[in-house]
Write a protein that binds this ligand. Structure first.
Ligand SMILES: [Zn+2]
Length: 116
């Protein structure tokens, strides 16, 4: 059973590795909370969202399994400063890293899915 905390820690570890920079969560970092619903303007329910001020990631309580991992990786990108819709499939790609590393002093940038 992969709880929200485990999946969040895993997503943070993957961003840290791809950025070569420690991504902090919780106190002093990006908080993640469960939400009962995350309504879109059209009335449907989103799997997750990040506030425009990037200080809170909300995860829909119905988001589970593989979708939970993908959603957290994507939303964490927004929290780190990603403004476009990259990393949507849950893979930390070069485009997402380019946006995030404009704001953070990334070390050796290593997009996922490429040979190190
Ligand atoms: Zn997004």
């Amino acid at each position: 059973m992969n709880g929200l905390e485990d999946v969040t820690a895993e997503a943070a570890a993957r961003w840290s590795a791809a950025m070569d920079y420690p991504v902090e969560l919780g106190e002093g970092g990006v908080p993640v909370e469960l939400a009962l619903r995350i309504p879109r303007p059209d009335g449907s329910d989103a799997p997750g969202s990040t506030t425009v001020t990037r200080d809170l990631i909300r995860i829909n309580q119905r988001t589970r399994g593989a979708q939970l991992g993908r959603t957290l990786v994507h939303e964490m990108g927004h929290a780190l400063g990603m403004v476009s819709e990259y990393a949507r499939g849950g893979v930390i790609d070069a485009e997402a890293l380019a946006e995030v590393c404009e704001l953070y002093p990334c070390g050796r940038i290593t997009p996922e899915g490429e040979a190190p």
